[in-house]
Structure formats: structure tokens, C-alpha cells
Design a protein around this ligand. Structure first.
Ligand code: BGC
Length: 516
């Protein structure tokens, strides 16, 4: 049997750099700040870090709008700072993954600045430029994730350009081979520096088709959900019918994989999604031989939380497709959804007092599944979301667009609190921070929790040490379909040397592991 690769069993700690640790007193987290906290991350016992984008960017979507992929945004530091981080992380045996955004860049990227000027410049065909319809309207009915049309008018070219997110995030034209070459150069740049892998942002939104583009079909199954963001007209269309997830995207998957294969032991994890219930098919397509190593699964990230039964369904769907492989990465939290400690209590019928036990149970659950698990900064502390960021202090463009009905993603992005005795909880010396530090988080500051026995951090850390010694987790990626009563999730992890029955009891909020 071949030994598993590091990424097939990895526990990956996601860092949102803006909110992790400020080192220069400007109220914004930065790379040297992360470097000073690597011991905290390493002591937790994770295998890798994934850092959300820190590249040069006007920060309209907080780094997911890149204006130079090969440089660092000054507020986050310099390339030298990054090299230091990488060296120190490696000295702690932590792999480092960076967040590459291949579908779109910033409208301030030199590629777009040139492209938008005329129809005959050197970058004229690097974005999706389309003439208006006869009546002057946009080429298709496509809508943007963040509100409004996916097409914006450029007077100089008398044409529309495509953007699946903000108008300041124009979609790159992946049908142009020069675009793919430029992106592969960037991939080599970071691999050459020593990064161990990429989280690939929103790869299902890459567009490599050529005009004329088709309209999206109407989502006939659309039901107005209970969440405020469900009301966005975006969800009334079937995007995979035209706008997203078109087969040609796989040219990108293949190209980036062949670059990665020229390096030793690197990892490509794609963020992908589909319409309705098609996420697994999409993940399978993206991870076919010669494409991405794994995809990042959204099914446990449901905004409104999941009941035990729904978790079992979500896990089962993934196992049916990916069992005996490490081609999937599970997550309960990230920088795009409310934190577990806030969104999971109600669907699990639990009280606030049970929050810590629930958090620990969910951390253990995701790290007992096959493949890798991504945990988001602050989950190890059981941080709750902030519900009281004043509307005038909102930063997330999605929230700003739809507030007050829907306030976006700021609530899970507030700065980490490290030390409750320090100003801003030790996050920053600045008078003000980019998002407010939450008072409630002071009672769960990172350094106090890391040093306290019985805390979520300590319990999870001991669990991860134990996990590393179990062949059932580390030597094979096989598990049974989860079963159990209404309030339990039970499955068996199997390997040649060990079969381990894993029992997650959502009534008593405890786990049991039995060798069978
Ligand atoms: C990222 C988001 C970002 C979007 C556009 C994603 O899926 O996780 O934070 O806004 O891509 O790049």
C-alpha cells in the first residue's frame, strides 16, 4: 500500500491575515504578525496553514481582488516578510498554502487597466468583452454573486465586461492562452519560493468560453429560503447552465496540475460549487486524473447550520463519491459564513452553555472524516460571531450592498483576541482596528486558552496528537457511511492495521472511539 501524501490527512488551519495579528500598529493584521503566532498554531497540532490572500490589492473584496499576484500588499508586509514566515513555518513542520485567485483579478491590475482602454491593445482580449445587445442591454441575464448584473459597461470600448463578483473584479478570459500562461507563471513564482500548495479561489467561476454566451436557465425549484441572503435574485437562476462551471474550466485544472507535478509534493485544493445538489458531481469532475488533487466541500458550511441528520446526509454524499481517496476537504467554518459556535446551536437544539462542547465535538468530527479538514482561526477558541457591528462600520461589500436585511460576512472576520489584558486584546496597538474587536472574545483569548487545561484549544490539541497515532486515520482514507440514532453520528475508519469505530454523541456532546 502506498503511504498517504501529507495533504490526504492534513488538518489545515485557515488564517484570515487582516484579522490575525497586527505587528505594526495600523489596526490591520499582517504577515510578520502571523509569523509571531506560528508557535500557537504549531502547538495546536495542525499540519498546515492556508493564508487568505495577502497579494497587492485595493482590498475591495479584502484581497480576493488582486492587482499584482507576485507582490504583497504593503499593509501586509513584503516578500521578505513572506519568506521569513515560510522558513519559520517549515521549521515548525507546518506546510504553507496560499490562496490563489485565478478566475478574476482587480480592475486595478495592469492587465485590466490596459485592456479596458481600447479594442486593440496588447491585453485587449484578456477579459470577457462583449458588445451590447441591439437594445443596448447586457449580453446575457447573468447576475453577480454580490448583487446586480454580472456585466458592467466600459464607455471607452463601448462594450460590457464580465464579473461574477464585484464590478471591480473583472473575470479573466481563460479562452486566451496568454492568460493561462501568465497565471502558470504566477503559480511557478510561488512554488519556487517554497509554498506547499494553493487553495484555489472560486474555480467554478472561471470563464473560458467565447461569445456569444447563453442565458442562464431559470431555477424552477427556487424556494424563498428563511435567510436574508436567499432573497437575492442570483439564486433564481441555474448558473451551471451557462455562467459557471462550464467544461472548458478543466483546461485550467489540467494546466495547473501539470505545473504542480513538476514540483515535489505540492497540493491543489479547489473551491468549487454547483447548482442545487450537484456539488459532488462538480467535485468529481475537478478531481479527475490529471486535474486538482482535492476540492473544498461546502456542504457542512450551510449558513443556517445543520441538524445531525443533515450532517449525516452531507457526509454520506461525499463518502459515496470520494471514499478511499483523500480528494476532499471538509470544513465547518471559514471567512465567508457565520461561525459554528453561533450558527450550529439552534439546529442542534443546544443551549449557549453547551457551545464549547459542541465546538469541540464538531472539530473532532471534521478531523475524523476522510481527506483533509480546514479549520478557521478562532474555532479552536469557540469564538462566536459578532452580531453587533454597527452598519456604518461594515466592511464587506456584499453586506454593504444588502444591509440592513443581510449584513454580509464581517461577523466572522473580526480580529483575533490574544491576551485579554492588552488593548484590542493584543491584536493591535492601534487606537482603532479595521473591524471592531469583540468584547465577548476577551474571555476566550488565544494565549489564555492555549495555556489552560480543559479549554477547547487544549482538548483539541491533545486529540490531534492522539489522531496522529491512529493508523485508521493516518494510513488509509476509508470510512463507512455514517449512521446512528437521531442524535448520533457513527462511522468506522478502516485501515489494514486498525478499524476504529467513531461515535459522536450530540446528546451528551462526547466522542467515543472503539477499536473493532
Ligand atoms: C472567497 C470569497 C470571495 C470570492 C470572490 C470566494 O469564494 O472565499 O471570500 O469574496 O471567492 O473571490
Amino acid at each position: 500500500m502506498k503511504p498517504l501524501k501529507w495533504w490526504e490527512t492534513a488538518v489545515i488551519y485557515q488564517i484570515y491575515p487582516r484579522s490575525f495579528q497586527d505587528s505594526n500598529g495600523d489596526g490591520i493584521g499582517d504577515i510578520p504578525g502571523i509569523t509571531t503566532r506560528l508557535d500557537y498554531i504549531s502547538n495546536l497540532g495542525v499540519d498546515a496553514i492556508w493564508i487568505s490572500p495577502f497579494f497587492k490589492s485595493p482590498q475591495n473584496d479584502f484581497g480576493y481582488d488582486v492587482s499584482d499576484y507576485c507582490d504583497i500588499n504593503p499593509e501586509y508586509g513584503t516578500l521578505v516578510d513572506f519568506d521569513n514566515l515560510l522558513e519559520k513555518a517549515h521549521s515548525f513542520n507546518l506546510k504553507v498554502m496560499v490562496d490563489f485567485v485565478p478566475a478574476h483579478c482587480s480592475d486595478q491590475h495592469s492587465w485590466f487597466l490596459e485592456s479596458r482602454k481600447s479594442k486593440d491593445n496588447l491585453k485587449a482580449d484578456w477579459f470577457h468583452w462583449v458588445d451590447p445587445k441591439k437594445d443596448g442591454s447586457a449580453p446575457t441575464n447573468w447576475l453577480s454573486f454580490f448583487g446586480g448584473r454580472a456585466w458592467t459597461w466600459e464607455p471607452r470600448r463601448q462594450q460590457y465586461y464580465l464579473h461574477n463578483f464585484l464590478p471591480s473584479q473583472p473575470n479573466l478570459n481563460h479562452s486566451n492562452p496568454d492568460v493561462c500562461d501568465a497565471l502558470m507563471k504566477i503559480v511557478r513564482f510561488w512554488f519556487d519560493r517554497g509554498v506547499d500548495g494553493f487553495r484555489l479561489d472560486a474555480v467554478h467561476t472561471i470563464n473560458g468560453d467565447k461569445a456569444p454566451y447563453k442565458d442562464n436557465l431559470t431555477n424552477l425549484n427556487f424556494k424563498l429560503g428563511s435567510l436574508p441572503q436567499d432573497q437575492q435574485p442570483f439564486f433564481r437562476q441555474l448558473h451551471c447552465s451557462a455562467q459557471l462551471n462550464q467544461p472548458v474550466i478543466q483546461n485550467f485544472s489540467k494546466a495547473i496540475r501539470s505545473v504542480a507535478d513538476n514540483y515535489n509534493d505540492r497540493f491543489l485544493m479547489g473551491e468549487v460549487d454547483g447548482d442545487n445538489d450537484t456539488a459532488m458531481e462538480v467535485s468529481e469532475t475537478f478531481t479527475a486524473p490529471g486535474r486538482l488533487h482535492a476540492t473544498y466541500n461546502f456542504d457542512l458550511l450551510a449558513w443556517g447550520g445543520l441538524t445531525v441528520k443533515e450532517m449525516k446526509v452531507a457526509i454520506s454524499k461525499a463518502i459515496k463519491v470520494f471514499n478511499k481517496t483523500g480528494r476532499i476537504s471538509f470544513a465547518f467554518s471559514n471567512h465567508d459564513v457565520p461561525r459554528v459556535a453561533s450558527r450550529q446551536l439552534a439546529p442542534l437544539g443546544l443551549s449557549i452553555e453547551q457551545g464549547d462542547l459542541m465546538q469541540l465535538l464538531l472539530l473532532k468530527l471534521e478531523t475524523c472524516l476522510i481527506g483533509s479538514a480546514c479549520i478557521y482561526q478562532g474555532e479552536e477558541l469557540g469564538l462566536e460571531d459578532s452580531n453587533n457591528i454597527p452598519i456604518e462600520q461594515l466592511q464587506d461589500p456584499w453586506g454593504i450592498e444588502f444591509a440592513p436585511t443581510f449584513q454580509g460576512r464581517d461577523s466572522c472576520r473580526t480580529p483575533m483576541v490574544w491576551n485579554s489584558n492588552e488593548a484590542n486584546g493584543g491584536f493591535s496597538d492601534s487606537k482603532t482596528t479595521w473591524l471592531p474587536v469583540m468584547d465577548d472574545h476577551f474571555k476566550r483569548s488565544g494565549l489564555s486558552q492555549a495555556g489552560k487545561s480543559g479549554s477547547i484549544y487544549s482538548e483539541f490539541s491533545s486529540f490531534l496528537q492522539w489522531r496522529k497515532k491512529q493508523p485508521a486515520f493516518m494510513e488509509a482514507n476509508e470510512m463507512t457511511i455514517p449512521n446512528g440514532g437521531l442524535k448520533e453520528i457513527i462511522f468506522t475508519r478502516k485501515s489494514e492495521k486498525q478499524n476504529l469505530r467513531c461515535i459522536f454523541d450530540f446528546e451528551k456532546l462526547v466522542t467515543r472511539f472503539e477499536e473493532i
